[in-house]
Design a protein around this ligand. Structure first.
Ligand SMILES: C=CC1=C(C)c2cc3[nH]c(cc4nc(cc5[nH]c(cc1n2)c(C)c5CCC(=O)O)C(CCC(=O)O)=C4C)c(C)c3C=C
Ligand SMILES: [Fe+2]
Ligand SMILES: [Fe+2]
Length: 339
């Protein structure tokens, strides 16, 4: 009997931490019109003449700091573990392929393998809990752009987001429990940032996101696909699972690029406020990432850790991402079986 094809897709990472490979990766990533969402001429100028030439050597140093001699990039390493664990769980009736939106393994090559294996249908799981046009939207667009060229377009399904997935929420809470959360002064839920412009563009009513006070505080029919509203919901659910009162945690957004306003508050500002309030120990979740990566291992642990200490704080502790935790693999398995 034909197998069902599962395509797991994460964002991508350079093939090596050399400046040349980081340049190639950043170039492909930032030339995506869903990532730098300005007109093509301006995007080409910004990316090729300004951002990539300046950023590539700096980013290469950061990648060199997190690169493992045997396993390479943490993002790809954990993604491979997830693929293997899910394949083992699902067994012979399924074929689980892994792709990266940028660089390798490419979405084209993974889809080609599924096609050649004559799978009965394809389920695409973009590995981003909260929907953003720049992440999930881009993966879905890329998959559709390839499959639309096939003579036989297969049955294909997509998962828009899974920000409230019960087993995912439990895995984050379990990972935090290993660090004795009660010994921390405050908890941050630091999500990857996004330009405010992109949040507004995802509001199909054009009248709610960043226009209504407290627009992200609740999830409703109007904002149910809003990256920021979904992020607040993920944080609320993890906090509830940990019995964490509202005044013990703050939602914030990291990794801003460029000078346009991004979703606020920025994590770096919140870290500063925490130090000013005399807080000494911070526990930091990054629930926009299902795998540890540059943005968790380096940005949170090293950059924010150093910033906090320079301001009088003592310790910033990252809550590990979902990586290959068995409960997270349960979550993926359930998504497939229910999908
Ligand atoms: C969680 C989903 C992500 C969204 C949404 C997202 C949007 C977004 N990112 C940039 C710019 C950069 N992001 C970088 C790294 C990076 N981003 C994500 C995820 C999302 N990005 C991940 C998982 C990673 C880590 C990759 C790894 O190899 O570990 C980088 C590169 C690193 C650096 O130079 O700092 C850039 C640049 C923009 C502009 C954007 C939305 C507009
Ligand atoms: Fe990013
Ligand atoms: Fe919103």
């Amino acid at each position: 009997m034909a197998k069902k094809g599962i395509l797991l897709v994460n964002l991508g990472t350079p093939d090596s931490p050399s400046t040349a490979d980081v340049r190639k990766y950043l170039d492909e990533f930032l030339m995506d019109p869903r990532v730098i969402d300005v007109n093509a001429a301006l995007r080409t100028f910004l990316v090729k003449a300004i951002i990539v030439p300046f950023r590539a050597p700096k980013s290469a140093k950061l990648y060199q700091a997190i690169w493992n001699n045997e396993t390479g990039s943490p993002l790809k390493h954990y993604s491979i573990l997830q693929q293997k664990a899910l394949q083992q769980r699902l067994g012979d009736g399924y074929m689980v392929e892994l792709a990266m939106r940028y660089q390798s393994p490419s979405i084209e090559s993974a889809l080609q393998k599924l096609k050649e294996a004559l799978v009965s249908e394809i389920q695409v799981i973009a590995l981003f809990p909260q929907y953003a046009s720049a992440s999930t939207g881009s993966v879905h667009e890329k998959v559709m752009s390839i499959v639309k060229e096939w003579q036989t377009v297969p049955d294909i399904t997509f998962i828009n987001s899974f920000h409230d997935n019960e087993l995912m929420i439990e895995t984050f809470a379990d990972n935090a429990a290993k660090h004795q959360p009660e010994t921390y002064d405050h908890v941050l839920f630091s999500f990857h940032g996004l330009p405010q412009r992109q949040l507004k563009k995802c509001d199909h009513t054009n009248s709610y996101c960043l226009k209504v006070d407290g627009c992200c505080n609740t999830l409703n029919d109007t904002n149910k696909f809003c990256y920021s509203a979904q992020s607040y919901d993920t944080a609320r659910l993890i906090a509830a699972k940990m019995d964490l009162p509202k005044d013990k945690y703050t939602v914030c957004f990291q990794s801003r690029l460029g000078s346009d306003p991004w979703v606020q508050p920025y994590t770096s500002e919140v870290i500063k406020q925490m130090a000013e309030q005399g807080k000494k120990r911070l526990l930091v979740f990054c629930p926009a990432f299902v795998s540890d990566c540059l943005e968790t291992v380096y940005e949170v642990t090293t950059e924010y850790g150093d910033e906090f200490k320079a301001l009088g704080g003592e310790h910033v502790q990252l809550v590990e991402s979902l990586n290959a935790e068995p409960k997270w693999i349960d979550a993926l398995e359930k998504m497939v079986l229910e999908g």
